[in-house]
Design a protein around this ligand. Structure first.
Ligand code: TXA
Ligand code: MG
Length: 331
């Protein structure tokens, strides 16, 4: 695939909502670029959710120091049910509130095609159909699920106008579609519909009582953490490898699974059971795109230990090292 890339610090294209603008934005997304799009809640920073490198560039552009699962945006319920497994309750909420400011976290469907980085290694997926007509037109034209966190630099407030997006991200993303002021101005409500029950993960644009009424619940919704709301994304525990993870390895032990970065820099690779390289050329975007998938592949070999080569801590390296650090602490 021919990725357009987005870190060349070109000026960001400012587009309107005309069909030709939407078609151009869809083309950029399909080639792996970044497009900020208006939604009724806040502006999102969109990338093709099936393209790991495109998703990695979201993190690079936002300067996010750690990987969170991203909300995947789709144009129809028909597309949504190909990505996730919807219970009766999930279907009830989807039919009642979509398109609209509601995100449903559901178990992943088989053959979903979404990159492990967009899911941050979770086996669940957060899905939303936004209500803004330009967002729906873009999702339909792109014909790919679009991962989109809020379109601001990490730590800044969420943008509700195209000007806010440009104030943070001009030159860091390929284009922004100006769809006027966001009507809701507050992020979507996130509800998990998982086999364990229905849980409010984040309050947002749709109030809790409306959700409870749609489900004919007698009582309040269960909240993540039993009364206190955990930070979104914390509720469904992160994938933790079964193998022991050894960081900054300079040498492989017999039977290790080895995760390289930037070529065969680890000694004793001939003793290793399996070797994968996150990016032979030492490209952090490529490494981030491969991270979750490679960790799973190495863990699936049944090796007792995964030895990870040193990975630089600049740029996306910070988030990569954060994730690997938590994987090594979990075992
Ligand atoms: O209104 C919104 O939701 C906006 C617009 C652009 O759609 N998006 C947004 O995305 O607020 P973001 O990345 O800022 O927040 C998404 C939150 C994250 O904190 C993440 O942890 C949670 O959703 N999330 C996504 N997928 C999840 C999953 N599988 N399990 C648990 N939490 C999830
Ligand atoms: Mg945000």
């Amino acid at each position: 695939m021919n990725d357009v890339g987005s870190t060349g610090r070109k000026a960001t294209l400012r587009l309107g909502c005309e069909p030709a603008d939407v078609a151009l934005a869809a083309d950029i997304l399909r080639r792996g670029g970044l497009v900020a799009l208006p939604t009724e809640t806040v502006y999102g920073l969109g990338a093709d959710a099936t393209n790991g490198s495109a998703v990695a560039r979201i993190y690079e552009a936002k300067g996010r120091p750690r990987f969170n699962p991203l909300i995947v945006h789709v144009p129809t319920l028909e597309v949504a049910v190909r990505l996730g497994t919807f219970s009766q309750d999930a279907l009830t909420l989807a039919r009642r509130f979509w398109p609209g400011p509601l995100t449903l976290v559901v178990p992943l469907a088989t053959g979903h095609g979404v990159s492990g980085l967009a899911l941050a290694g979770h086996e669940t997926i957060g899905i939303r159909i936004p209500a803004h007509p330009a967002a729906l037109a873009l999702l339909t034209a792109t014909d790919r699920p679009i991962a989109a966190p809020s379109a601001n630099l990490s730590g800044h407030v969420s943008p509700t106008r195209a000007e806010h997006v440009l104030a943070d991200l001009d030159g860091r993303i390929d284009a922004v579609i100006d769809g006027g002021a966001a009507q809701v101005g507050l992020e979507s409500t996130i509800i998990a519909c998982l086999p364990g029950g229905i849980t409010l993960l984040r309050p947002g644009g749709i109030c809790e009582r409306e959700i409870a009424a749609a489900l004919r619940l007698q009582s309040d919704l269960q909240r993540a953490g039993g009364g206190t709301i955990l930070a979104p994304g914390m509720m469904v525990s992160h994938y933790a490898p079964k193998a022991r993870v050894r960081l900054d390895a300079t040498e492989a032990n017999a039977g290790d699974a080895v995760l390289l970065f930037g070529g065969p820099v680890v000694a004793g690779l001939d003793q290793a059971a399996t070797v994968l390289d996150l990016s032979p050329s030492g490209d952090l975007v490529e490494a981030a795109a491969n991270l979750f998938d490679y960790l799973r592949r190495l863990d699936a070999t049944g090796a007792a230990a995964i030895a990870v080569a040193p990975i630089p801590r600049n740029g996306l390296g910070e988030a990569i090292n954060d994730r690997l650090g938590r994987a090594s602490a979990a075992t």
